[in-house]
Design a protein around this ligand. Structure first.
Ligand SMILES: Nc1ncnc2c1ncn2[C@@H]1O[C@H](COP(=O)(O)OP(=O)(O)OP(=O)(O)O)[C@@H](O)[C@H]1O
Ligand SMILES: [Mg+2]
Length: 258
């Protein structure tokens, strides 16, 4: 499914006054595209994902899912902190979507085991979240998003809490999963290398109120692995994105300091 975002603005009203988080975002994410969103802290990336996921309403503008829905749900979200239910086992955390749809327990058990296999965590089906490493928890969160059978997966800095090495492995893991069953993915990240390695196109946002500055196309052939980072186009692409981000990251930083 294609995601079309048109004229999106968001103003939060708080006790301290109003905050303009998004200043008019226009985007078109293609069917089965791996699309990145990168931008300075506080520019409205999470707000944008929440509005696309319908967890939040925009002040103005629209989000449309265009195309036939071939799956059970339009959209799933992977949160930064995995957001697992601590009292449930891994196996019980995965099939939430199926449970909400009142499917048979035997059905959602099968779904759960299938997606735990996809993320290679079947051996931990009976474990509880506190018994897992950070990377494993994120994999459960990814399995849960896939098990919901969505057309579109939204990921909000899914690897931000992981150490650098695990992060590298998780990128490859995510690519492997995506190559298997291409979904439309919108990934928010602060990591330029990560965005370039994973995405077909990357929207670079300006500081708050967030706007799309430019959409950069990544012309690195797939399937990609860590070796793709040595492709000369990889460096060109990261430099281009950093060039677009630099001024805004700096000014966001200045603003937060004063
Ligand atoms: N529920 C809320 N109520 C009031 N203000 C909010 C709320 N959520 C976000 N904001 C404000 O909106 C702006 C954008 O926040 P958002 O979380 O979308 O940014 P972000 O780009 O995801 O930042 P980061 O990169 O740090 O995660 C910030 O100034 C933030 O303070
Ligand atoms: Mg955020």
């Amino acid at each position: 499914m294609k995601v079309v975002v048109h004229g999106l603005t968001k103003e939060y009203i708080t006790a301290q006054g109003s905050v303009r988080a998004l200043g008019g975002v226009n985007l078109e994410v293609r069917d089965r595209e791996f699309f990145g969103v990168i931008g300075p802290t506080g520019c409205g990336k999470t707000t944008l994902l929440h509005i696309i996921a319908r967890l939040e309403l925009p002040s103005t503008g629209t989000v449309e899912f265009v195309g036939e829905q071939r799956t059970k749900s339009p959209v799933s979200m992977v949160f930064q902190d995995s957001a697992l239910m601590p009292w449930r086992t891994v196996e019980e955390n995965v099939p939430l979507g199926a449970e909400f749809r009142n499917e048979e327990p035997s059905v959602y058990k099968r779904i759960s085991r299938f997606f735990l296999e996809v993320v290679r965590l079947l051996d931990f089906a009976g474990a509880r979240p506190h018994e897992l490493s950070g990377g494993m928890k994120q994999k459960v969160a990814i399995a849960r998003a896939l098990a919901n059978d969505p057309e579109v997966i939204l990921m909000d800095e899914p690897f931000a809490n992981l150490d650098a090495q695990t992060r590298l492995l998780m990128r490859e893991e995510l690519l492997r999963i995506w190559e298997r069953d291409k979904k439309t993915v919108i990934l928010v990240t602060h990591n330029i290398d990560e965005a370039v390695m994973l995405c077909d196109r990357i929207a670079v946002m300006s500081a708050r109120p967030g706007l799309i500055k430019e959409v950069v196309t990544v012309d690195i052939p797939r399937p990609r692995t860590m070796k793709s980072m040595r492709d000369p186009d990889f460096a060109k692409c990261t430099e281009k994105i950093w060039g677009l981000l630099r001024y805004d990251v700096d000014s966001a930083l200045q603003r937060n300091l004063v």
